[in-house]
Design a protein around this ligand. Structure first.
Ligand SMILES: Cc1cc2nc3c(=O)[nH]c(=O)nc-3n(C[C@H](O)[C@H](O)[C@H](O)COP(=O)(O)O)c2cc1C
Length: 327
């Protein structure tokens, strides 16, 4: 068995990859973690609620802050603010380790503004955005990464040439989510898209790190991406209920699948941390979908989810999690 550590990150997930989840990913061996996506426009308007998304807490792995938008000047200014901490409500236990640009979000509200995966349909704008943010990152000595999809839909697969253009514009890392915008999150991801990006990056002769993303649920899944030219992997949904995957990737010799007691204990400690972070009302509400990832696939999961959806207090919530897997 190959026991070399695999460099892995917690992929950015709005509503999930806040400080409590990122701290857990770090504890299990994620090489770095990425924030939820942060609006460049809101940062430029000094919106305090948005600033909270950029919080970097104690005991995290290096934190990359992800921004979205399509205006090069605003994106550059948002990156500057984030990298210098020049905004109200800034709270960093450590400086940001880099900036990531979201060019993959498929959500209608985002793409109709020209942001997220819509940038893959406007490569000239995407290039200007990348160049503007790359300048700021270079000034502050941090790397810039860009997260893309395979393309808009099956008739418009452009990840290879698009990634090469972003690399030429100054990105030193490209993460490819191996689905199209049209596919959203459902059909299986196809690592062949990452392979085409690997070839394109090789042909321009730039030293760019390629990160594979999509359906990584085990070491074997990650190895498939490494075999076709990725240097790292980003783990999304699988990490939300199984952060042990980072140990499987980084330190397979010391990895054993979690016991039911460990799953119960970790899900409870996540919910407690979310409540500490966001207060009981919001924290319990937000924890419903997060806890669902821990019970996915267990017998009686639907019943437990239903009970969690009706729990209003932390103690009710914890009581339910203490018994998961019993049904
Ligand atoms: C609930 C949810 C929120 C997400 N939010 C973001 C985001 O803020 N920024 C981003 O680049 N990708 C976001 N993604 C996409 C993930 O980073 C990742 O690319 C996708 O889930 C595929 O990886 P997976 O198959 O391992 O889950 C989100 C995905 C989900 C499921």
């Amino acid at each position: 068995m190959n026991t070399q550590p695999i460099i892995s990150s917690l992929a950015p997930m709005a509503g999930y990859t806040d400080y409590p989840m990122r701290k857990i990913a770090a504890q299990f061996g994620a090489s770095y973690v990425v924030s939820e996506m942060i609006s460049a426009v809101a940062m430029c308007m000094n919106d305090r609620k948005t600033a909270v998304l950029a919080k970097i807490g104690e005991s995290e792995a290096p934190v990359v802050l992800q921004i979205f938008g399509h205006d090069p000047a605003m994106m550059a200014e948002a990156a500057r603010k984030l990298l210098t901490g020049d905004y109200a409500g800034c709270s960093y236990a450590a400086p940001p380790a880099g900036i990531d640009i979201n060019m993959g979000c498929p959500v209608k509200k985002i793409v109709t503004s020209g942001d997220g995966s819509a940038l893959m349909r406007t490569p000239d704008i995407a290039r200007d955005v990348t160049a503007a943010v790359a300048d700021v990152c270079a000034k502050h000595g941090v790397p810039l990464s860009v997260k893309i999809r395979a393309g808009w839909d099956s008739d418009h697969i452009n990840c290879a040439e698009f990634a090469a253009a972003m690399a030429e514009a100054g990105a030193s890392k490209i993460t490819v989510h191996c689905r199209t915008r049209e596919q959203m999150y459902m059909p299986s991801a196809d690592p062949a898209y990452a392979e085409s990006v690997a070839q394109a990056l090789k042909s321009i002769g730039k030293s760019v790190i390629l990160v594979g993303n999509g359906d990584i649920e085990s070491r074997a899944d990650a190895e498939r991406y490494l075999a076709i030219g990725c240097r790292e992997v980003a783990v999304g949904r699988a990490a939300l209920g199984n952060p042990w995957i980072f140990r499987e990737l980084s330190d397979p010799e010391h990895f054993t699948p979690p016991t039911l007691d460990e799953i119960r204990a970790l899900s409870i400690s996540l919910v407690e941390a979310v409540v500490r972070e966001h207060g009981e009302t919001v924290g319990v509400r937000e924890s419903r979908s997060r806890a669902a990832y821990f019970i996915k696939g267990m017998r009686g999961a639907a019943g437990v989810r239903d009970r969690l959806n009706h729990a209003e207090t932390l103690s009710e919530f914890v009581k339910i999690l203490e018994t998961i897997g019993e049904e």
